[in-house]
Ligand binder design. Structure first.
Ligand code: ADP
Ligand code: MG
Ligand code: MG
Length: 480
C-alpha cells in the first residue's frame, strides 16, 4: 500500500516550540486523566508516585491496507499457534538444535516433555497473543506488512492502549485538526483479552475459583494489568496477584490436581512473568512453574504454547511446506500468513547454516541476529553480528540464534513524551501489534478473535527495545 496524503506533523508545528510545549503539557495531563499510567522507576512496587506511561505527542500515519491485512490474518495466527502447541513432534523437531545450546529454552522444553509424559490434566486452552509487524518500505514507494515476531507469553499494553485513543483525539482537537481527530480508531484490547479469560474461567466451572495473575517482582507496569483485572471484577470474577515465590511457598495440588494458592482455588493462571531466565530467581521458581503446568488450572499460555512463540519456531515456519502441514486444506490461509513473513534463516550446523553465516558476515547491515529471548534489547545488529558470528561460526552455540532480514519502515517525525526527558523532535519508527485471543476446549475452538491493536514508536537511533525496555512509547495509528 502507499503512503501519501498525511505527513504526520505539519512543518509549521515542528518549528513552533511554544505551541509544541503547550500541546505536550495538555497531552500529559490528559493521559493522566485517562489513566495512561505507570509507576515511577524508583518505586516500582508502590502507587504512591505514578507518572504517565510514555507516548507520542501525535498519532502516526499507517496505510489502511496494511492495518487491515494485519487484523485479517490474526485469527489465522491464533489457529496456527494453537496447532503448533498441539504438535509435539513438530516442536521436538523445530527446537531440537536450540535446546542443545540454549539452557532457558531447554528448561522450558523439559517441562513440556514432562507434561506430555504425564498427560495434560486440562483440556481447556486460553491463548492471548500479540503479533508484531513493521511496514517494510519497498523500492516502488509502497509498504509491505512484515511480521517482527509473535508474542504468546505476557504480551503487554492491551490495557493502556485501550485508553490512548482519547488522548490523541484530544491533542489533535487542541491542535486544530478536528478532522484527523475523528479518524482515530477505537481500541479496547483490555475488554477482548478479559472476555477470553472470563470464558476460560467459566468453562473451568467453579464459582469460587479465582484468576491468578502471575506477576513480576518489579511491577512498574501494573496499571496495564489492572485494566484486565477490572474487566474481570466487573463480571464478578475474582482476581489475585501472586509471584513465583507465593506459589512455591503456598501453592499445592489436591488429589484432582486442582491448584490452590494461599488457600484459594485457581481456575486460570495468567502469566505476566516468566519469559526471561532472570524471572526464575531460584530452582524453586522452576518448581512453581512446573506445579502450575501440571495443575488443572487453565494456563495462559500453557508450556507448549509458550514454546510455540519462540523465535526458532518462527524461523522454522518459513521453511517450504511447514505452513501446509498445519493448514493442509486451506491454501488461502497459508498464503495470507506467508505474505507477512520476511526472510528467516537457520544457524543449525550444516551447509544451510554455513550459508547463513557467510551471508550475514558479507552484509551484516541487512540482518538482525536473534537469540531465544524476549522483552527487548537482546538482538544483535551491524558489526556486532560479525563479532558474534566470527566467534561462534564453528561452534554449536550458533544454534541458539536465528538470522532475520532487517525490515526498513519509513521514518516519521514525532515528539516522544517520556517522564524526565527534554522535549525534542525525533526521527521515529513504528511497530504495529495486533492482539489475538482464543479459547479451546478439547477439539472445540470456543472463541477465536482479533481483539485490538497497539502501535509503538521509537526513535530510529535505537535498533531494539519495547516500551517496558524504556525505548518505545505508546502511539495510535492514523489510517491513511
Ligand atoms: P523481543 O521479543 O525482545 O521483543 P523482537 O523480535 O520483537 O524481540 O525484537 C525487538 C525489537 O527489535 C523490535 O521491537 C524491533 O524494534 C527490532 N527488530 C526486531 N526484528 C527486526 C527486524 N527484522 N527488522 C527491524 N527491526 C527489528
Ligand atoms: Mg517478544
Ligand atoms: Mg518484540
Amino acid at each position: 500500500s502507499s503512503m501519501n496524503t498525511y505527513c504526520g506533523i505539519p512543518d509549521h508545528m515542528k518549528m513552533d516550540s511554544t505551541l509544541i510545549k503547550d500541546l505536550a503539557d495538555v497531552a500529559k495531563d490528559y493521559a493522566l486523566l485517562q489513566g495512561v499510567l505507570m509507576r515511577i522507576q524508583e518505586t516500582p512496587n508502590s502507587s504512591e508516585l505514578v507518572t504517565y506511561a510514555p507516548f507520542t505527542l501525535f498519532p502516526t500515519p499507517v496505510p489502511k491496507e496494511d492495518f487491515f491485512q494485519a487484523v485479517a490474518v490474526q485469527t489465522h495466527y491464533n489457529t496456527l499457534v494453537d496447532k503448533i502447541s498441539r504438535d509435539p513432534e513438530f516442536l521436538q523437531d523445530a527446537l531440537a538444535s536450540t535446546i542443545t545450546v540454549d539452557d532457558f529454552t531447554a528448561k522450558l522444553f523439559k517441562i513440556h516433555e514432562q507434561i506430555l509424559k504425564e498427560g495434560r490434566s486440562q483440556s481447556i486452552v486460553l491463548g492471548l497473543n500479540r503479533s508484531d509487524y513493521m511496514l517494510d518500505q519497498r523500492e516502488d514507494g509502497m509498504s509491505s506488512l512484515k511480521q517482527i515476531e509473535i508474542n504468546t507469553f505476557a504480551a503487554s499494553f492491551g490495557g493502556l492502549s485501550s485508553r490512548t485513543p482519547d488522548v490523541h483525539r484530544h491533542i489533535l482537537k487542541v491542535a486544530g485538526r478536528l478532522e484527523e481527530s475523528q479518524r482515530i480508531m477505537d481500541n479496547n484490547p483490555a475488554a477482548g483479552l478479559a472476555a477470553a479469560v472470563a470464558k476460560a474461567w467459566e468453562l473451568y466451572g467453579s464459582e469460587r475459583a479465582v484468576v491468578m495473575f502471575l506477576v513480576e517482582e518489579c511491577q512498574r507496569n501494573i496499571f496495564d494489568q489492572r485494566y484486565i483485572e477490572n474487566e474481570l471484577w466487573k463480571r464478578n470474577i475474582s482476581t489475585i496477584r501472586k509471584r513465583f515465590e507465593d506459589v512455591w511457598k503456598t501453592g499445592s495440588l489436591d488429589q484432582d490436581k486442582r491448584l490452590f494458592v494461599n488457600g484459594q482455588e485457581v481456575a486460570v493462571v495468567y502469566f505476566r512473568n516468566g519469559y526471561m531466565p532472570q524471572n526464575y530467581v531460584s530452582e524453586q521458581a522452576w518448581d512453581a512453574r512446573l506445579l502450575m503446568e501440571r495443575s488443572l488450572a487453565v494456563k495462559c499460555p500453557d508450556i507448549s504454547t509458550h514454546l510455540a512463540g519462540t523465535k526458532k519456531v518462527q524461523q522454522v515456519l518459513t521453511r517450504p511446506g511447514v505452513l501446509e502441514r498445519f493448514f493442509p486444506d486451506q491454501p488461502q490461509v497459508v498464503e495470507q500468513i506467508r505474505a507477512t513473513f520476511t526472510g528467516l534463516y537457520t544457524l543449525d550446523m550444516g551447509p544451510e547454516g554455513d550459508k547463513t553465516v557467510a551471508m550475514a558476515l558479507a552484509s551484516p547491515d541487512r540482518f538482525v541476529l536473534k537469540p531465544q529471548r524476549e522483552g527487548g534489547g537482546n538482538n544483535i545488529y551491524g558489526s556486532e553480528i560479525c563479532q558474534v558470528l566470527e566467534r561462534l561460526k564453528e561452534s554449536t552455540e550458533r544454534m541458539a540464534y536465528i538470522l532475520m532480514d532487517k525490515i526498513h519502515p519509513s521514518p516519521a517525525h514525532n515528539f516522544l513524551l517520556t517522564q524526565g526527558t527534554p522535549l525534542q523532535i525525533s526521527n521515529c519508527l513504528s511497530e504495529l501489534g495486533v492482539f489475538g485471543a482464543y479459547v479451546r476446549q478439547g477439539e472445540d475452538m470456543v472463541q477465536n478473535e482479533c481483539v485490538g491493536h497497539l502501535l509503538r514508536t521509537k526513535s530510529s537511533n535505537h535498533p531494539d527495545g519495547g516500551v517496558a525496555a524504556g525505548v518505545a512509547v505508546l502511539d495510535n495509528p492514523l489510517l491513511v
